[in-house]
Design a protein around this ligand. Structure first.
Ligand code: CA
Length: 356
């Protein structure tokens, strides 16, 4: 597509989209499609600037904003009173002091579930750096010290207000990138998380193909339901895992990674969120990225490709440093965006390499 890349790059950080209105005939579908979208390479702050501050705290999100990420990610689960809150897990015990505060509220499996706690109870918890429940040790030892527990769990709406408020005060347009977590678990608990999340997005103007936002989900049956039954109009991304991780019922990642799976997904979603090894397997002898058939098929189907997760303190085996990884991702593989815990490093790489 003939687009002036220089102009786009001057607007780096804006998360600019140009719709097909300006570039060609509109399709018949009311829904956003990757073919209708031209965008600069984007940096998605994975759980915020989570390499520096505890994941999914408003502090980590504000830092990511200040680091000029294009999108800020929210993982969403529901509280007992049905409020969408920002947590990576359906459990509270890996990032909060719930076990000390509410010792008698664990289930038989020993876990503390967000769905068993009201918003007021969740708000009373202190959020820390992620830790292992068995040893109590933090997962990434050189990150923010976990004994500094001064943070709170935000609601989806609070986080949207913060991003929108910063967009107002800075004049920038940073997007949101919302993941609906474990819809099958929520359904077993008698609640419809997708409907609850979309209601909040709708309220804030994000249920719209032109809004600066994405919705993502690992559950392929649910992704189709979000599009077809809940009539979600915004940009949608199917996340890809591995079957050996225990996929949601109705989701076969081996199929989705295949040519047929890619073709089917392209009829429903705007992009895919693969695990990084599903798109780049290593470097060739001349140091350039070795890409997978899944990536080639997705690019041929004009799907956006936003892999997860690039971490400076847990690099892929083939990458000696962040710049090697970012060159492989952006320059060699032509990937559209990256989820990273270190958004500053990816933003700086793209600023130094405007033709990436
Ligand atoms: Ca996520």
């Amino acid at each position: 597509m003939l687009v002036n890349k220089t102009i786009f790059h001057r607007l780096a950080g804006v998360g600019l989209f140009v719709t097909a209105c300006a570039l060609g005939p509109l399709g018949t579908s009311p829904v956003a499609r990757a073919q209708d979208i031209q965008q600069e390479k984007v940096v998605i702050a994975h759980r915020g600037a989570s390499g520096y501050l505890p994941e999914h705290t408003l502090a980590a999100k504000a830092l990511a904003y200040g680091m000029r990420a294009d999108y800020i990610e929210q993982d969403v689960v529901l509280s007992k009173d049905g409020v969408p809150v920002i947590l990576h897990d359906i459990h509270l015990d890996t990032t909060t002091d719930v076990a000390a505060r509410f010792p008698d509220r664990k289930r038989e499996d020993g876990r503390y579930y967000a769905i068993d706690f009201t918003l007021a109870e969740i708000k009373s918890l202190n959020v820390t750096e992620r830790f292992k429940t068995d040893s109590g040790k933090q997962v990434y030892e050189n990150r923010f010290p976990m004994d500094f527990g001064m943070f709170k769990v935000p609601t989806l709406e609070e986080e949207i207000k913060m991003v929108r408020g910063l967009n107002h005060s800075t004049g920038r347009d940073v997007g949101i990138y919302t993941e609906i977590k474990d819809p099958a678990f929520h359904r077993e608990e008698g609640v419809d998380i997708s409907a609850a999340v979309i209601a909040v997005l709708e309220k804030w103007g994000y249920n719209n193909p032109d809004s600066n936002s994405f919705v993502q989900c690992f559950d392929w049956a649910e992704t189709k339901r979000i599009r077809n039954e809940l009539n979600y109009q915004g940009k949608l991304v199917q996340l890809l895992g591995e079957n050996r991780w225990g996929p949601p019922e109705g989701t076969d990642y081996d199929y989705l990674k295949s040519e047929d799976g890619i073709t089917e997904m392209a009829r429903v979603v705007d992009g895919i969120g693969p695990w990084l090894p599903q798109v780049i397997t290593g470097l060739s002898e001349n140091g350039s990225a070795v890409v997978t058939p899944t990536l080639i098929a997705a690019q041929r189907a004009q799907l956006l490709v936003h892999p997860y997760t690039l971490r400076a303190d847990q690099l892929p085996k083939w990458a000696g440093d962040m710049d090697i990884a970012l060159k492989a991702i952006f320059d060699d593989a032509g990937i559209d965006g990256i989820f990273t815990d270190f958004p500053d490093q990816a933003v700086q790489y793209l600023a130094r390499n405007p033709d990436a």
